[in-house]
Design a protein around this ligand. Structure first.
Ligand code: ATP
Ligand code: LTN
Length: 330
């Protein structure tokens, strides 16, 4: 077996991706290409667990694929694919459902939060983390680059893997979550007590990766800051702390350097400059995204190639799972 580290992550094709997704996750996927060959999965089967519009889901699946390539995932150095194109994922999820307990799933905070937002709480939403564990374990993953909100799901994945290995024999590697040093939890610009999110955040406080420059500037200019005037990170200054983290990532400077650079400046100037920095950060991604969207055949070709790679990479593990559980396939 090769000694390079195995990297896997998943992203939902819902809504439009926001700055938190870019900073917390997508940026890490791109960087991980220097450490190994990442498998990045567009998890459409996860997205159907809540109310959704089928036409929109179809469109977002392509749009997220284009965004991932535009952000710098290189089809030669990574595998970008759609979850539903690889049937090993739902198959493995069914098998892992038998080594996951009801009690474990009931404790998942993402389930509790999402269930509160739904009129109809599906069984799929409840078993969502089992499908996520299948995603990760099928690729013998070492490292899962994610934002802070997914920590609990990767811990569950490890527990499920350990239980399977103990019951049926060593089958899975144990994955480890990795978070960016800065920006693992980008907060809503209007309500900085909660994470930026397209499903649970405010419209003005959620900065979309594809927002036009004027919208980006406006959302940052009107970001909620705290009382006081110092540009320093502090637990009681959620708004300004968030902006310092965003600025740090956008300009590739340590948060401390941002604090000293803006020492004595007012919030107004700072917010304006964060706006310019984020416009510059996203401008090249937006340009490449438009190029990719204008060649849909090429985009579909890349996704088909990804599916083929992912099928080949996951097949041996699925086979071992069936075999060890005594579910004999002909
Ligand atoms: P929702 O919009 O419903 O909150 P989501 O953005 O969490 O969904 P995904 O698009 O699947 O769902 O998330 C992709 C990645 O982005 C995950 O690794 C997740 O941890 C990360 N992420 C999501 N929100 C943030 C955030 N506010 N800050 C940092 N990382 C985030
Ligand atoms: N649950 C994640 C998306 C996701 C994922 C994965 C992340 C599905 N499968 C596997 C990492 C690894 C979310 O809601 N952001």
């Amino acid at each position: 077996m090769s000694t390079t580290i195995r990297i896997f992550s998943g992203i939902q094709p819902t809504g439009v991706k926001h700055l938190g997704n870019y900073i917390g996750a997508i940026r890490q996927y791109v960087a991980s290409q220097d450490d190994g060959h990442p498998f990045i999965c567009i998890v459409d089967l996860h997205s159907i667990t809540v109310a959704h519009d089928p036409a929109e889901l179809r469109e977002s699946t392509l749009s997220v694929a284009a965004l991932l390539f535009a952000a710098g995932l290189d089809p030669e150095r990574s595998t970008v694919f759609v979850q539903s194109h690889v049937s090993a994922h739902p198959e493995a999820a069914w098998l892992l459902g038998s080594v996951t307990s009801f009690g474990e799933l009931r404790r998942m905070t993402q389930f509790k939060e999402k269930a509160d937002q739904q009129e109809f709480v599906s069984a799929g939403l409840f078993t969502y983390p089992v499908l996520q564990a299948a995603d990760i374990l099928l690729y013998q993953t070492d490292v899962v680059p994610i934002g802070e909100d997914q920590r609990q799901h990767v811990e569950l994945t490890r527990d499920v893997a350990e239980r399977f290995n103990a019951r049926y024999g060593e089958t899975f590697r144990l994955p480890r979550a990795v978070f960016p040093e800065v920006g693992a939890r980008i907060m809503d610009l209007q309500e900085p007590e909660r994470k930026m999110s397209t499903t649970g955040g405010t419209a003005q406080g959620t900065l979309l990766v594809l927002d036009p420059p004027e919208a980006i500037r406006k959302k940052l200019r009107s970001a909620v800051t705290d009382s006081g005037r110092d540009i320093v990170r502090s637990p009681d200054k959620a708004g300004i702390t968030n902006l310092i983290e965003i600025m740090s990532v956008a300009t590739d400077k340590e948060p401390e350097a941002i604090e000293s650079r803006y020492d004595g400046e007012g919030y107004g100037t700072f917010k304006q400059e964060v706006g310019e920095a984020v416009v510059s950060l996203l401008e090249p991604v937006q340009r490449r995204y438009e190029e990719l969207r204008s060649d849909e055949a090429e985009l579909r070709r890349l996704i088909a190639l990804g599916a083929e790679n992912a099928r080949a990479a996951s097949a041996p593990t699925l086979e071992a799972m069936y075999e060890r559980m005594g579910v004999a396939k002909p």
